[in-house]
Design a protein. Structure first.
Length: 151
């Protein structure tokens, strides 16, 4: 380990993230720009954007998984499944209202959520992968539409 790596490991950012965030916020409020840890601030801001995208994908995975369960196990439909589908739809729409720039990521996020949604359905239904379609049978508009209930 060289001196730079050793020093980096002991920066406030590395040693105590919470304290670092409080210090950076205080520096911003005070306008003490020269004292800011710009490199790590940039990294954290970019990370916040990735977290919003990840939340959208995770909610879509749960929604798709439950739509598949609803469609392919009609005899096991429950209020719990209905509430999960309805809740995920509402939370996704709320997320898009709060973060309108995520709308440009919707198509990609929906496509990326498909395989994990199938994994969820397989896990929770005990049906084999071959029981489910190879491609998503729903459009994004259907999946989010409150009137759409497959099967």
């Amino acid at each position: 380990m060289n001196a730079e790596q050793s020093q980096r490991r002991h920066t406030p950012y590395e040693a105590d993230f919470h304290a670092w965030t409080l210090e950076q916020a205080a520096l911003l409020k005070a306008g003490r720009w020269h004292r800011l840890d710009i490199e790590n601030l940039v990294e954290e801001i970019e990370s916040l954007g990735r977290a919003e995208r990840r939340e959208l994908r995770n909610r879509l995975v749960v929604l798709v998984g439950h739509l598949l369960k609803w469609q392919f196990q009609p005899d096991r439909r429950s209020n719990s499944w209905q509430a999960t589908i309805t809740g995920q739809r509402r939370e996704i729409l709320e997320l898009l209202l709060e973060q309108p720039s995520l709308k440009s990521y919707l198509d990609e996020a929906f496509v990326r959520s498909w395989e994990s949604g199938v994994d969820l359905a397989v896990k929770e239904t005990d049906l084999p992968y071959s029981h489910f379609p190879d491609a998503c049978p729903y459009t994004f508009e259907q999946a989010l539409g409150g009137e759409f209930w497959p099967g």
